[in-house]
Design a binder for this molecule. Structure first.
Ligand code: UT7
Length: 323
């Protein structure tokens, strides 16, 4: 059976770092509140010349380098983003052009914070369906552009950045010991759409709009949704939490990560946490966390890795893969 195996990964972050203390003169908040409620200590914020396309391109180039490939080797680019450079064309196509790639195809995927998990699951289907052999999966966001910088309940939470993976088709035995994507489970439910949304859009206001969130409501649903979808993924793969080497969750809030890991019985030392460094970077958060844990030597070839995300929509999902 065909498996989608990770050949390389990369990341890119804006030059400017904004610490929690930098908000203290802007809105009524404190480093102490932000750290205690979220675990966030800093986030990167894009300058005018840093966009979803430029960050996505940089992460893609880093992933190609680590895979020992060039854009000529890639058939498909899937970009997970909710902050595209333009309403259309897809920012994935802009990245394709920036990479000097004029073959194959590229498209954006919009599932907010779950975008990267959706995109990996989708890339796996394209590979297993024979429509692509090598796929660049990118998560890139510039949420700083859609934040209401006067709203303390949201502006302190988000950051900008990008991460990418190169997936390649490889023949596997159809066993849990195979490398590559082993199981995935995706969910959405639009009944929750008003709990986390952007109050603008081309077909409604004709404006870009700003992010609005009922944080407490999102928090209330997050742990249950995350753990349900992970248990479904474990069920598909026939594994338990103990079999995992690494848990790489969406980085929105340390308290949500801790509560989910605890409920699932995933040991604390297996959990990759980068929310302190990046804040919530939406679709970029999982590949950015992967890049940190690969760079510091934690995630190694052959490790069993669980990715998970939950966000606006609501959307939520999990992917199990062997690195
Ligand atoms: O990535 C997509 C998924 N998104 C998430 O997972 C976010 C989920 N939600 C959360 O992470 C948390 O709900 C927040 C971090 C957003 C908020 O934490 P909380 O413990 O749920 O706080 P809260 O909303 O219940 O607010 C507690 C208090 C409120 O004051 P009152 O009403 O108790 O007087 C807020 O007004 O904290 C206040 N507050 C702040 N205080 C200082 C809200 N934001 C701030 C702030 N600084 N930045």
């Amino acid at each position: 059976m065909i498996r989608s195996v990770v050949r390389g990964n990369g990341a890119a972050l804006p030059r400017r770092i904004m610490k929690n203390a930098d908000f203290e003169g802007m809105v009524e908040t404190s480093d102490e509140w932000i750290v205690q409620r979220t675990g966030i200590r800093q986030r990167h914020v894009a300058a005018d010349d840093e966009t979803t396309a430029s960050l996505g391109e940089a992460a893609a180039r880093a992933a190609l380098d680590s895979a020992g490939m060039t854009p000529a080797d890639i058939d498909l680019i899937i970009l997970a983003t909710s902050t595209p450079n333009n309403t259309f064309p897809a920012t994935a196509v802009e990245i394709q052009n920036r990479l000097g790639m004029h073959h194959g195809f590229a498209f954006d995927m919009q599932a907010v914070c779950s975008g990267f998990v959706y995109a990996v699951a989708t890339a796996d289907l394209y590979i297993r369906g024979g429509l692509a052999k090598r796929v660049l999966v990118i998560g890139s966001e510039t949420f700083s552009r859609i934040l209401d910088w006067s709203d303390r309940s949201t502006c302190v939470l988000f950051g900008d950045g990008a991460g990418a993976l190169v997936l390649e088709a490889e023949e596997g035995a159809g066993a849990i010991t195979d490398r590559g994507v082993l199981a995935a489970s995706l969910r959405s439910d639009g009944v929750h759409k008003d709990k986390l949304f952007v109050d603008g859009g081309p077909s409604t206001t004709g404006t870009v709009g700003h992010l609005r969130m009922e944080g407490r409501e999102v928090f209330k649903h997050a742990v249950g949704m995350i753990t349900d979808v992970i248990e479904a993924t474990f069920g598909q793969a026939g594994i338990t939490a103990e079999d995992l080497d690494w848990f790489v969750p969406h980085q929105a809030n340390k308290r949500i990560i801790d509560a989910s890991a605890k409920k699932l019985g995933i040991a604390e030392e297996k959990v990759v946490v980068t929310v302190d460094l990046h804040g919530n970077t939406s679709a970029a958060s999982v590949p950015l966390a992967l890049s940190v844990a690969v760079a510091d030597g934690r995630i190694k070839k052959g490790d069993l890795v669980l990715l998970e995300a939950m966000g606006g929509g609501f959307t939520w999902g999990a992917v199990l893969l062997r690195w």
